[in-house]
Design a protein around this ligand. Sequence first.
Ligand code: COA
Length: 172
Amino acid sequence: MNGFQIVTERLVLTPLGTAYLDSVNEYALDYENTRYMCHLPKQDSDETLSFLKDVDAEWQKDSPGFYEFALLYANDHIGSVSVYFENGVGELGWIIKRKYWGNGFATEAAKGLVDHFSKWGHRRFIAHCDTENIASFRVMEKLGMTRTGKSGGRKNRAATEESFEYQYELEV
Ligand SMILES: CC(C)(COP(=O)(O)OP(=O)(O)OC[C@H]1O[C@@H](n2cnc3c(N)ncnc32)[C@H](O)[C@@H]1OP(=O)(O)O)[C@@H](O)C(=O)NCCC(=O)NCCS
């Protein structure tokens, strides 16, 4: 697969990859932008690059196991959304550059993603977030997802202590 785009009202979702290193670093190296995330912040640009090389490689597969999209808004790269498939269930993820928070972009992008993959026959989606990450679980709720669990033992990468997380699910 060489990638494809998903177009929503205001956004173009296009394959993420090494071409976006500098703009990914703007949020992936920023503590405030990543404080509730398990795999971010990246330690440095080299670590971001290594991740983006994996993303490029996945896009080259005939049948990718995950899809990472850059979000373009008026040609500015404002964040990313992703879906990782395991046993047919799609785990959704999102991050938006801080200055663009609160404009409905994550919800719009994630909805575009779910709409697209549901047309490909995927019916079940799941998402997790720190229980303190209100913006993230609001996105899940606006997508029509239902809270199905709360568990401890979450370790956000920048945190010194474990926290709790919610699980949300969606059947389309
Ligand atoms: C989570 C994130 C992607 C949301 O992006 P966004 O484009 O701002 O999301 P949206 O605008 O679509 O929706 C956010 C909702 O949360 C609400 N919200 C945000 N912060 C809030 C707070 N502190 N209290 C109450 N509601 C809050 C917003 O008001 C909005 O809801 P509304 O439309 O009902 O008003 C963004 O905050 C982000 O990048 N966070 C850092 C990365 C991250 O934590 N990703 C998720 C990891 S699980």
